[in-house]
Each structure stands twice: as C-alpha cells, then as structure tokens.
Write a new protein. Structure first.
Length: 270
C-alpha cells in the first residue's frame, strides 16, 4: 500500500506514492505544512488562520481557506488516482467539525522517526550503553536535510514546531558528542565541533565540548582561543559574560588540570 511521506527535517516535502503534492504557491504550501505537522489530527480554522495570516486574517478567512483546500485537493488528486485501491482526494484532505485534517491509512513522517531514534538513544546512554546510544543518535541526526521547514515561511504553530525540532536536534547532537568524548573520540570530534561552534556562536555546551576535545588532543592554547571567541561574542551580542560553568572550565584549562584527560564521567558537570 502506498504511503503519505512527509518531510519536516529540512525543506518541506509531502509525497503520495512517490509523487510530490507540495504546491509552489506560498499560501497553499503553508496550509499543507500546517496540516502535515498534525497529520492524522484535525487542525482548527482558528489555527489555520493564525498560521496563514500571522494574526491578521482577511475578512471571511473561511472562504479563502476553502479555496486553498480546493486547490490542494486538485494537487493531490493525480497522485491519489494512481493508488491501488484508488483514494479520493477528499478522503486525504478531510473536512472536519471545525477545520481540516490530512490523513491516509499509511503515513511516514521523518520527524516521528527522528524522535523515536533520539528517545532510544537517550535511554541507551542513560543505561550506560554509550556505543549503542551514539549509533541511534547518529542515525536520527543523519535524517536532517537542513533547517526544519526551512523553505516555509513559519509563524504560529509552524514556527513553534520548527523551533521544537531544531532544539531537539541540538540536544541530540550535544548528547551524542558527550558520549563520544567519554569513548575517547576527542581527536575526530575537533573538526566537527569547530564547525558547529561557528554555526552556533552562542551555544555554550558546544564550546565546552570543543574546549575539552582540544585539550585532550594536546591543544590547550586553541581551547583558550575557543573560550576567548565565545566570550567576545557573548559580550558583544548579549552584553553578558559566559556562564560560571564555562569560566570554571576556562580556569581548569589555564591550570592544565589533569582531570581534563580523564573520562568525562569523572569530571564535574560541564
């Protein structure tokens, strides 16, 4: 049986039986994305109006939404007609009691699979299975194709979902790197962490991990430089010094503390 495949972990995609149903028109695209993030559940007209017009809907928004729904069904119909058994587009984009719902008997959403892998990865690491946790988290992170919903103008529920997924991605990344540091893989992590701290110049956890990886690789002067860059950016952009935790790590690097060469589990929390 053909699936409805939805991709949220990067540019928005939605396919039925391999055929894309994503329109090029901005409003219809955003409406489909709004329904896709809640696939299988009804999205109220109020939520749709908020997502499409960012709190400033036109007079009579229901009529405009009905027009967009009709256009989306016309986009869905050719793909649905090739299914066996054939499914009417109105059964895929369904009118509910107070809004609309996107549904099919078989649905695959990349974000759902990512969350499943991350949950299993976190649990494995909590159980002391760092190797297995790293593999699971790496598999989940490999599913990302870019910024969540990166090609959809996000507001309301779309923006909240994109932010939630991006935060989950960063948390999974940091957990995976912590586990790899415990496994003694500091040397191979330096280049990745250097790139990540450039992309996320205010993310303290990533800077702390880079400092530890550099120190363990015999490069304490570069660890101090990483702290200097973080401090400079934090003061300039936020008007505050790095957290006490980062300043303490900085002092430990300056002192050449031997604990930085020990397994990460023996260190005070970063």
């Amino acid at each position: 049986m053909a699936h409805l495949d939805i991709g949220l972990l990067g540019p928005f995609t939605a396919c039925i039986g391999g055929a894309s149903i994503v329109p090029t028109a901005a409003k219809q695209r955003r409406l489909l994305a709004l329904l896709a993030i809640d696939t299988g559940r009804e999205v109220s007209m109020a939520s749709i109006a908020e997502g499409l017009w960012e709190g400033c809907p036109p007079t009579g928004p229901s009529a405009a939404v009905q027009t967009y729904v009709k256009q989306l069904r016309q986009r869905i119909a050719p793909a649905a007609s090739r299914l066996t058994p054939r499914i009417d587009a109105k059964r895929i984009l369904l009118r509910g009691h107070s809004g609309y719902q996107l549904q099919m008997p078989q649905v695959r959403v990349d974000a759902w699979e990512f969350e499943r892998l991350v949950q299993q990865g976190h649990q494995a690491i909590a159980d002391g299975q760092d190797d297995r946790g790293v593999r699971l988290l790496s598999d989940g992170l490999a599913m990302w194709r870019g910024q969540a919903l990166g090609d959809v103008r996000a507001s309301g529920a779309l923006r909240a979902e994109a932010l939630r997924l991006d935060e989950m991605r960063i948390a999974a990344l940091e957990t995976r790197i912590d586990a790899e540091l415990r496994l003694g893989r500091h040397a191979r992590l330096v280049s990745e962490l250097t790139a990540l701290t450039t992309l996320h110049p205010l993310q303290e956890n990533l800077h702390a991990q880079l400092m530890v990886a550099l120190c363990r690789s015999g490069r304490p002067s570069q660890a101090l430089e990483a702290f200097r860059r973080l401090r400079e950016t934090s003061v300039r952009e936020l008007g505050i010094e790095p957290s006490r935790r980062l300043q303490e790590l900085h002092c430990r690097v300056l002192a050449g503390e031997p604990q930085l060469d020990a397994p990460l589990r023996t260190l005070a929390p970063l």
